[in-house]
Design a protein around this ligand. Structure first.
Ligand SMILES: [Zn+2]
Ligand SMILES: [Zn+2]
Length: 318
């Protein structure tokens, strides 16, 4: 029963992931569905995420390891594929038993995920790994899928760029808030832009004269908001943003947002700083102190780190 629930939950997440991915690029969409061989080229930023929000049911899969055949493994594969840890596509002709086989490739992918999140690379779906998967997080991908080798386990990477290194070709960017954006959360988002402004010699941010003409469009959205990447209610994915020059950033209206460190709520300014990083072309960082780290905790605030600034400098400084 629990395993079935975990499987259903994974399915929902994977569906979300797929949909988010679709919106980011029609070309990538076509590539992913018509040319599976190109899947490793998909923009990591384009895949979504999360499996979180339901650590309880996910825990039913806890302890799974290579050789196991358990319902939900296929969804774990899809989940890891969507986040850039595994080259995997659902095979319509394969049996459930085959698809739910915790095979060697999955073990490598789980190890890769564990390394990324600084967990023991056991390759087993152990408690720390399940807990990490259950963490609320950003809806964007962690990294580009590539052929994983054991070398990757020893790679120390921190900041990252989005695939294709999309960048702005101007330094003066305007931003605007959608009509339904809660007024009380405008000041923290203003401050978030201010943080990047102050820390970088590359950008200045100012409020646009209207939402329509803004380079960067900030909105609250909930569940299916017609960009192909529905939010999932409370928990799970908290927000997502689109790479340059798209400029859209969406916050999940079903989350409990706060100004500052409020227990069981997410600090709007901290999450906004993270999402602005994506708007500027930064990917997720493996440096846990970085604002571009993919997961968020409730009840805390977080700001830019030297890693984030180094990433921006590397992207725009040349
Ligand atoms: Zn993110
Ligand atoms: Zn959205």
């Amino acid at each position: 029963m629990n395993i079935v629930k975990a499987s259903q939950h994974l399915n929902v997440v994977v569906e979300m992931a797929s949909k988010l991915f679709l919106t980011f690029s029609c070309i990538l969409f076509l590539a992913s569905f018509m040319l599976p061989v190109l899947s490793h080229l998909q923009d990591p930023h384009l895949r979504p995420n999360t499996l979180s929000g339901n650590g309880g049911s996910l825990k039913a899969m806890q302890g799974c390891r290579k050789g196991d055949k358990v319902n939900g493994i296929r969804d774990l594969k899809l989940y890891l594929a969507h986040f850039g840890y595994l080259n995997y596509k659902k095979n319509p002709s394969a049996t459930d038993l085959e698809e739910n086989h915790f095979d060697e490739e999955l073990e490598v992918a789980v190890k890769s995920y564990q390394v990324y999140y600084h967990l023991n690379a056991t390759g087993i779906l152990d408690e720390p790994t399940v807990s990490q998967i259950a963490m609320p997080r950003c809806g964007c991908l962690d990294k580009v899928t590539h052929g994983h080798t054991h070398n990757s386990i020893h790679t120390v990477s921190r900041y990252a760029f989005l695939p294709g290194t999309p960048r702005w070709n101007k330094g003066q960017l305007t931003y605007g808030f959608g009509p339904l954006f809660p007024a009380r959360f405008i000041p923290p988002v203003d401050r978030a832009f201010g943080r990047w402004d102050a820390a970088s010699q590359y950008f200045t941010f100012s409020r646009a004269t209207s939402y329509q003409v803004a380079d960067l469009k900030v909105t609250f959205q909930r569940v299916d908001h017609r960009d192909g990447s529905p939010f999932n209610g409370s928990g799970g994915v908290l927000a997502h943003a689109f790479s340059p020059p798209d400029g859209r950033v969406h916050f999940d209206a079903d989350e409990r947002w706060a100004i500052g460190a409020v227990p069981n709520a997410f600090d709007m300014e901290s999450v906004a700083i993270h999402e602005i990083g994506h708007l500027l072309g930064l990917g997720h960082s493996q440096f846990q102190s970085a604002i571009m780290w993919s997961s968020f905790s409730s009840g805390v605030t977080k700001g830019l780190s030297s890693d984030d600034i180094q990433g921006l400098r590397a992207l725009y400084g040349a």
